[in-house]
Design a protein around this ligand. Sequence first.
Ligand SMILES: Nc1nc2c(ncn2[C@@H]2O[C@H](COP(=O)(O)OP(=O)(O)OP(=O)(O)O)[C@@H](O)[C@H]2O)c(=O)[nH]1
Length: 412
Amino acid sequence: MSATLLEWSVPAAILLCAIGLCAARFVGFTTLQWGSALGCLGTGYAIMLVQASEFSPYKQALEDAFILCGVMLACRALQSRRGRQTSLYIEIAVLLASTAMVIVSVVLFASAKLESFFVQAFCALLIWRATLSFARQVATTSDKVLTAAFLFIALVLTGQCVLYIAAPTPSLALGEWRVSVWGTLIQYTGLLGSIVLTFAVFIATSYDAIERYRHQAHTDALTGLLNRQGLDSRLASLSSLHFPETAMPTGVIMADIDHFKRINDLFGHAFGDMVLARFGALFQPGVGMQICAARMGGEEFLLLLPGANLESATAIADEIRANFVAQSWAPHAPNSRFTASMGVTLVQAGEPFANAIKRADDLLYTAKRLGRNCTVSGEAPSDTVYDLSKSGDPHPHPFDKASPIVCAQQQR
Ligand SMILES: Nc1nc2c(ncn2[C@@H]2O[C@H](COP(=O)(O)OP(=O)(O)OP(=O)(O)O)[C@@H](O)[C@H]2O)c(=O)[nH]1
């Protein structure tokens, strides 16, 4: 019996999903691999509907191979998000094993139910394997969306396999299988899985793109540190977690390269950029267990150090300064040594970050006034009280009443 228009709508819809995913590549989405997976699956479902003149195990083997390849490609697309891939040999072995089972089911047992069971079971196994290994390292919202979609498909396939085993075997001839309730079930669950996967892939890749642009917007291209916008967003999220109020004191270091304009003027802007990049590298993650390092603009940098006291934050600032002075600038400026000045303070309990950053900035300019190439540190005056019960600005902090300044100067 030839397939009806309604039956053809299943592979047509799956192939449309595949075309949509492949086409999305042209507007910047990385969905080609997903599109190829659904293309294979849709082709398998289309072959299923083709009326063969006589029943042949080759047609069954071909349609099942396409369906299995579709599933393998989808699993590959999922795993490639982790930079991992299943070995090609394993995939070929699975494909050969499944084809052998299909041929045995059709030729020896003349059972379309057994054939469908084997294909569904192999697909379910592949999807479970990919889902479970991926779910162990779910990191982003996109990962969660894809894991949920794969889990849903794996559960549907597993449920279908259980149903095949548990339900009484209908006495259907091989040719009648497709139009039976079992054949219809396979087709519509295949369609449902494809639609769920397509939506999940579009949602996940859209999230990825948003995250990528957000990361770019929040990152300074020259140093890879946070830029001003990124810093504001990080501080907002830390403040919403009441970080300084509830957690340990946080050290704040403001740093500025000395006479940077002169460096630009003497050696050129490109060399100035290199100096900035190398200075920025001294603030990269790992330095003093920081929660955030940012380039505030120009040649000014900020480092936040949770759990630091004034002495340890000052020691880290001095270490960064010493590392900067020790840099060699050959071959462009082999005999030059560049220096930086630093202001160091602590975020007090209940104090907004902005207050402490302003204080560190003032201390930095004190260091500049004291002759540069030094670190000046100071805490908020001991009589400053911050009202923890208010979410708005706390009591103002007068810097001119700040506690004694510590200054360490280094030989140029
Ligand atoms: N190469 C380079 N230069 C920059 C960049 N951003 C800002 N500058 C330059 O940095 C210089 C900053 O100079 P000033 O603010 O006068 O400070 P300074 O010369 O370092 O002097 P002090 O801070 O007082 O020691 C300016 O000449 C800016 O043009 C950048 O991304 N790349």
